[in-house]
Design a protein around this ligand. Structure first.
Ligand code: TXA
Ligand code: MG
Length: 313
């Protein structure tokens, strides 16, 4: 593998304890060396993120995680099937792990994943370490799926441009620390796909406690957002799905053919676009509650809750 000059620069910035914008298949990350306390602290500072909200640790191989988390058979099965890919596993943290305690937000667990993006994988391999990386947006805002979204939030950041994020929605998070695997956050891989590999998983009713970023209000947008709308008002932007009688500059279609995977990949980009428009509000068509549609509905539901400072990420 030969690194281009941008990637060499990224490695240098990371080694010196600073942050970069990192493309992944889900959303762009704001990455730092996971073992440097100061670097991890800079993530929290830049994002204005509460320090109790832990970060996902990204690596290039299963082996890279084995001296940091207590690995188990379920993790092995899921990793073999879905990594690299949009699945994050929460596992017990080894007491000897050198990952910054700040990255795990004071929990005795760590969330880990191998991202499926060639630039991220090349960078992780040449960096020869682990990267802590939350989504590269200000805490509580919409996650970035293009390099220019990251630049809007962090104009001075060095960003590796990896094009549009293919999945467009964050990774699925599964907690493997208890007796039964538990879904903490629906995401890029559906619950059904996971159950096909490891059997029944529990849906967490306590996800906001177990995954402290899962607050009710998140993805805060500036305009009022209404869900499951079949007839948008004239002065609203409309996020359609599948066939729709509505057309014009106020209509963006998540997937004209009704493809949920395409809808997930367009969600944040289109929400951002309507939020920046001059319409009074945004209404969204019903999205089927199946497969990755569950994650799309989850993100929309949280974007629709008005932010209260106590609930924000
Ligand atoms: O797709 C993704 O997962 C993206 C890309 C950049 O990898 N990252 C991402 O990170 O979405 P972030 O920080 O926006 O969301 C991470 C979520 C938060 O809800 C956090 O509370 C949860 O993961 N989390 C992190 N560590 C955890 C842990 N040890 N136990 C439970 N939840 C954890
Ligand atoms: Mg986020």
């Amino acid at each position: 593998m030969t690194l281009n000059s941008n990637q060499e620069k990224a490695v240098h910035i990371l080694k010196s304890g600073q942050l970069i914008g990192l493309p992944t298949e889900t959303v762009y990350g704001l990455a730092a060396d996971a073992t440097q306390d100061m670097a991890v602290a800079r993530i929290f500072e830049a994002k204005q993120r509460p320090s109790f909200n832990p970060l996902i640790i990204h690596g290039a191989s299963i082996e890279a995680f084995k001296c940091h988390v207590v690995w188990n058979d379920t993790a092995e099965k899921l990793a073999k099937r879905f990594w690299p890919g949009p699945l994050t596993l929460v596992l017990p943290r080894m007491s000897s792990s050198s990952i910054s305690l700040l990255a795990s937000g004071g929990l005795d667990t760590l969330a880990v994943r191998i991202p499926n993006h060639p630039i991220a994988l090349d960078l992780l391999t040449s960096f020869k370490g682990l990267l802590a990386a939350p989504s590269a947006n200000l805490s509580g805002s919409i996650s970035p799926t293009q390099a220019k979204h990251v630049e809007e939030s962090f104009p001075d950041l060095f960003i590796l441009d990896g094009g549009d994020a293919v999945i467009g929605i964050e990774s699925t998070i599964i907690d493997l620390t208890g007796p039964c695997p538990t879904l903490l956050r629906p995401g890029g891989i559906s619950g059904e796909e996971i159950e096909a590999v490891i059997g029944r998983i529990k849906q967490s009713s306590e996800a906001h406690i177990k995954a402290p970023g899962m607050m009710k209000s998140h993805y805060c947008i500036t305009k009022p957002l209404k869900l499951n709308v079949l007839q948008p008002l004239e002065d609203e932007g409309y996020l359609a799905f599948g066939e729709t009688p509505y057309e014009g500059p106020h209509v963006l279609n998540l997937s004209p053919t009704g493809d949920l995977t395409e809808a997930a990949s367009n969600l944040f980009k289109m929400l951002r676009c309507l939020d920046q428009s001059s319409f009074k509000g945004i209404s969204v068509a019903p999205i089927p509650l199946k497969g990755i549609g569950l994650a799309v509905n989850d993100r929309l539901a949280r974007a629709a809750v008005p932010p209260a400072s106590s609930q924000k990420e």
